[in-house]
Design a protein around this ligand. Sequence first.
Ligand code: RIB
Length: 293
Amino acid sequence: MNKIVVVGSINVDLVFTSDIRPKAGETVLGNDFKIIAGGKGANQAVAASKLGADVTMIGCVGDDANGQFSLDNFRSVNVNTSCINEIKNVSTGVANIIVAENDNSIIVIAGANYKVDKSVIDNYKKEILNADIVLLQLEIPMDVVEYILNLCYKNNIKTVLNPAPAVLLSKNMIEKATYITPNEHECRIILGADKDTNIKDIIKEFPNKLMITMGEKGVMYFDGQDIITVPAYKVEVVDTTGAGDTFNGAFARAIVNGLELKDAINFANKASSKSVTKLGAQAGMPTLDELTE
Ligand code: RIB
């Protein structure tokens, strides 16, 4: 009972570390550069796999060196790559990440990630229907995400929708997803709520479904009676890239292992707090042993 399928993006992250974030029209000298495996879907798959789940990734890479790099990375952490298509004459997704002034800024070029269409999903329908939980984000086409949500809902398969990068979601998507995990800013965007709407009023409309990730303030949700805040763990932060992805991968792993919602969030908070102690989206993701140390 721990089969997780992730349908989502696979990127190679080009990570620039700098003391100063350049303004428009400005050039600054940075400190370091690294090429690292990334992509929200890939990161969530790796997070769950490192924590001992049986993970299959569904997605697309290009027929380039970055695609091979991504596939090798998945294999090194036991993520099943048999449902990843290699698309001819298309680039693998890339992300330009600037880590500066205690935060990151990211530009993603989707590349092969936008080749994940409904026919890809139909080809791997068996894997989806065999999953205990399916993890989704918004770096593949939106209609495909909705298609998977409908499919899973019809077949009683739980889903976690991490709505990032955030866009307004249809009522149907919100209804069909089992869990939705935005941060505060994303929450307003996906629901079309203005900045004055109290976030607590919003979450009361979605008991045991909407979980707001609030970084060092923890995670907030409504259990049907009370608003619960599950606190975060205090750590020395090096890079927050991938913290949300670690949360989602770990949360899915905890749910398929039968943890109650509050305990699953606590488990995921612990994993995501470990993940920010190293540079890069995946480097700090803990194994189960590291998490229980
Ligand atoms: O969530 C972090 C990820 O967002 C990075 O790995 C980058 O590839 C972008 O998809």
